[in-house]
Design a binder for this molecule. Structure first.
Ligand SMILES: Cc1cc2nc3c(=O)[nH]c(=O)nc-3n(C[C@H](O)[C@H](O)[C@H](O)COP(=O)(O)OP(=O)(O)OC[C@H]3O[C@@H](n4cnc5c(N)ncnc54)[C@H](O)[C@@H]3O)c2cc1C
Ligand code: FES
Length: 293
């Protein structure tokens, strides 16, 4: 059977961030906030984990928001155009986020973390919570999904590192603002780079506010078999792919996570360089059939 996971829409949010809407009716039907897929763009491609940033059960599509960080994500940025197909898409994987009956929640997304926090913010809103969204970007040019969040959040704070839009500062500055204004916040959910999630957890720890984070360790099989994604949560070791990816932010050993994420930096650099060299030598055919079944 020739299964195609067709890219039906694409939008580029910046030079490095792009959105793919992919047809997969069964996945769209089953997906829950917080889950992820393992994607392969072509037959020889690497399997990479990507969060399901949105899903539309009626259209039968899922949305992926991807940052071109290395070989595979750069290759996908170049090749995954509307009408092409991904070679493989496994999921939905991971334990869905627990959308509690909290009355007031703060959803914090930093950079690319803005995309995966969206389905959670929407689910809290649908559950009747008062939702405060805090989105952080390096600058105005990198902002995306402001409108989408605007339509589901009761309050929205946009922060930019350089002050080119919204509040000048980090998401933690936005959090301090929200916590200062609302003494009855039940829960904070923070998704972004590990250093950001660590800082968010430090802010809420001082106020004893429950804080959930979504971890992104290196994953290989995504099924709990290889141990590649192990993370330290309090005294315990957990596998983010099957026990997470959401965990109590106050229990996560972020330093260990960041150290493990750096382990293959040299191999990743070599693979990216090699791929870029190949691109320089070959005139790329943007509609290459290598991506098609
Ligand atoms: C649960 C989960 C959800 C994720 N969701 C998204 C998402 O929605 N959008 C997005 O752009 N990225 C997401 N990532 C990260 C994404 O998987 C990596 O950026 C990607 O694998 C990098 O591959 P590369 O070849 O392009 O870059 P590389 O040069 O190979 O790696 C760049 C960096 O990405 C990380 N990385 C590399 N390989 C893996 C791997 N197999 N698993 C996890 N991280 C890896 C490392 O920190 C590395 O330093 C997610 C990761 C996890 C674990
Ligand atoms: S990715 Fe292999 S155990 Fe989680």
């Amino acid at each position: 059977m020739n299964i195609r996971f067709e890219v039906v829409a694409r939008e580029d949010y910046s030079d490095v961030t792009y959105m793919l809407e992919v047809r997969h009716p069964l996945m769209a039907h089953a997906a829950q906030p917080g889950q992820f897929v393992i994607a392969m763009s072509h037959r020889e491609g690497e399997r990479i984990p990507l969060t399901i940033a949105d899903f539309d059960r009626q259209k039968g599509t899922i949305t992926l928001v991807i940052q071109a960080a290395g070989k595979t994500t750069m290759e996908m940025q170049r090749k995954c155009k509307v009408g092409t197909s991904l070679y493989g898409l496994v999921g939905p994987m991971g334990i869905p986020s627990h959308v509690s009956c909290a009355k007031k929640v703060v959803c914090v997304g930093g950079g690319l973390g803005v995309a995966p926090i969206y389905p959670q913010a929407r689910a809290f809103k649908e559950n009747g919570a008062y939702v405060i969204g805090i989105l952080g970007f390096r600058n105005k040019e990198l902002i995306f999904w402001g409108d989408k969040f605007g339509s589901i959040c009761d309050e929205l704070i946009i922060c930019t590192d350089d002050g080119s839009a919204g509040l000048k500062g980090f998401v933690t500055d936005g959090m301090r603002l929200a916590i200062g204004k609302h003494s009855d916040i039940d829960e904070v959910i923070a998704i972004g780079p590990p250093i950001m999630m660590k800082a968010c957890a430090d802010v809420t720890r001082a106020h004893s506010i429950k804080t959930m984070v979504s971890l992104n360790p290196i994953m290989v099989d995504g099924t709990g078999m290889c141990g590649g994604c192990r993370v330290k949560i309090g005294e315990k070791v957990r596998f983010a792919c099957v026990d997470g990816p959401d965990f109590d932010g106050h229990q996560v050993d972020f330093d260990d996570l960041m150290m493990r994420l750096r382990r293959y930096k040299e191999e990743e650099r070599v693979a990216t360089e090699r791929w870029l060299d190949t691109c320089r030598m070959v005139v790329p055919n943007e509609n290459s059939s290598a991506l098609m079944h």
